[in-house]
Design a protein around this ligand. Structure first.
Ligand code: KG4
Ligand code: ZN
Length: 334
C-alpha cells in the first residue's frame, strides 16, 4: 500500500480537533480543544456557541497538530474531514478549514462520516475484521451499523428519539449533575441498586431500533413526583435503575442484531462506550456468542480527529474523494 499521511479535522459537535495520522493507524498528533465549560451553564450544547468556539480554535489546533507531528503540508497525502452528521454551523467550520488546506496545497479532500470515524477508532487497536457489526453510542447517536466489507456501512437500527448519551445528560440534570452527566450517573449507578422499575421501550418489538424518550420521562416524573410530595429518593438507586434499563435495551438489541447479521467482530464505539456497566454487559453477551468484542482505546471514544484520520485513510484507499463543492450534511446517514 502507498504510504499515507493524513491531516484530519473534526468539528461536528463541541470538540475542535485536528490530527495527523500515519498509515491509518498511527497517531502522530491528536489535538482536542473541548468547549464543555462554555456549554455547562446551559445544560447542553448550544449550536451557535459551538460554531463560534470552533472558529476561534481551528487555526490554533491545526498549527499545534502539525507542530506536534513534526510534519509540513508538503509531507501530507490527504485531508480528511467530517461532513456529517452533526451541527451544521460546527461542521461548516471544519469543512471550510479542510477545503482551504486541500486547495492551497493541492491535496485530495476525503469526506468522512462521523459514525465511520467513531467505528474506526478501533483501528488504533487492531484492523477491523469483516463482516462486522458496530454499536455507536454517544451524545448524538445510538446506531447499530452493519459492515459487510471494508468501506461498506449500513444502519440496521437507530434511535427514534433521544440518543443514549443525551438521555444520560438529561436525567443527570434532574439529579443536579453538570453537563455531560454520563460519567457521574455511571459512578452513582455502581453505588446503587435497581429499586425502581423503569420502562424498556421497544425491547420486545421485532426491529433493531431504540427509543429513550419514554425512559427519560418516566425518570423525570418519578423525581418530580417525589419532590412534590416531599419525599427524597436515593440518587444512587435512581441512577442504578436508569442504567439497568439503558443497558438492558442496548444489550438486547445488539444480541438480536448479531443473530440477524453474521459478524466476525463486534465493535463498541462512541462516548457512552466509556460506561463500565455497559461495556462489561455487552462484552459478556457478545463473547457468549463466540464473537470477538473490540473497543477503541478509552480516550479515543469521545469525539476526536484521530478517528476521522483512520476512517479517512481507509476511505481514500477505496477512492473516496470530494471537491470544493463539499457541503455539510447535518442528517447524513451513510
Ligand atoms: O462521543 P461523545 O464524546 O460526543 C458525541 O459525539 O456525542 O459522547 C459524549 C456523550 C455524553 O452524552 C456523555 O454524557 C456520554 O457520552 N458519556 C457517558 C459516559 N461517559 C460519557 N455516558 C454514560 N456513561 C459514561 N461513563
Ligand atoms: Zn461523536
Amino acid at each position: 500500500a502507498q504510504p499515507s499521511l493524513i491531516l484530519a479535522f473534526e468539528t461536528s459537535c463541541d470538540e475542535t480537533s485536528v490530527a495527523v495520522i500515519k498509515d491509518g493507524n498511527e497517531i502522530l498528533s491528536n489535538v482536542v480543544a473541548t468547549q464543555i465549560k462554555s456549554h455547562q451553564r446551559f445544560g447542553g450544547v448550544v449550536p451557535e456557541v459551538a460554531s463560534r468556539h470552533h472558529i476561534e480554535q481551528i487555526t490554533i489546533c491545526l498549527q499545534q497538530a502539525l507542530a506536534e507531528a513534526h510534519v509540513t503540508y508538503a509531507d501530507l497525502t490527504g485531508v480528511a474531514i467530517t461532513y456529517g452528521p452533526g451541527l451544521v454551523g460546527s461542521l461548516l467550520v471544519g469543512i471550510t478549514a479542510a477545503k482551504a488546506v486541500a486547495w492551497a496545497h493541492q491535496l485530495p479532500l476525503i469526506p468522512v462520516n462521523h459514525l465511520a470515524g467513531h467505528i474506526y477508532a478501533t483501528n488504533f487497536v487492531q484492523p477491523v475484521h469483516f463482516p462486522a457489526v458496530a454499536l455507536v453510542v454517544s451524545g448524538g447517536h445510538t446506531e447499530l451499523v452493519w459492515m459487510p466489507a471494508e468501506g461498506e456501512f449500513k444502519i440496521i437500527g437507530e434511535t427514534r428519539d433521544d440518543a443514549a448519551g443525551e438521555t444520560y445528560d438529561k436525567i443527570g440534570r434532574v439529579l443536579g449533575i453538570n453537563y455531560p452527566a454520563g460519567p457521574t450517573v455511571d459512578q452513582w449507578a455502581h453505588a446503587g441498586h435497581e429499586t425502581f422499575q423503569f420502562p424498556r421501550a421497544m425491547i420486545k418489538e421485532d426491529n433493531l431500533d431504540f427509543s429513550f424518550s419514554g425512559l427519560k420521562s418516566a425518570f423525570i416524573n418519578t423525581v418530580h413526583h417525589a419532590d412534590q410530595v416531599g419525599t427524597s429518593l436515593n440518587k444512587q438507586d435512581l441512577a442504578a435503575s436508569f442504567q439497568a434499563a439503558v443497558i438492558d435495551v442496548l444489550v438486547t438489541k445488539t444480541t438480536e442484531a448479531l443473530a440477524q447479521y453474521p459478524a466476525q467482530e463486534f465493535i463498541l464505539a462512541g462516548g457512552v462506550a466509556a460506561n463500565q456497566g455497559l461495556r462489561s454487559a455487552l462484552q459478556k453477551a457478545v463473547t457468549a456468542k463466540g464473537i470477538p468484542f473490540v473497543m477503541a482505546p478509552r480516550k479515543l471514544c469521545g469525539d476526536n480527529a484521530a478517528m476521522i484520520g483512520a476512517a479517512g485513510a481507509m476511505l481514500q484507499r477505496h477512492g473516496a474523494h470530494a471537491d470544493m463543492s463539499l457541503n455539510a450534511e447535518p442528517g447524513l446517514e451513510f
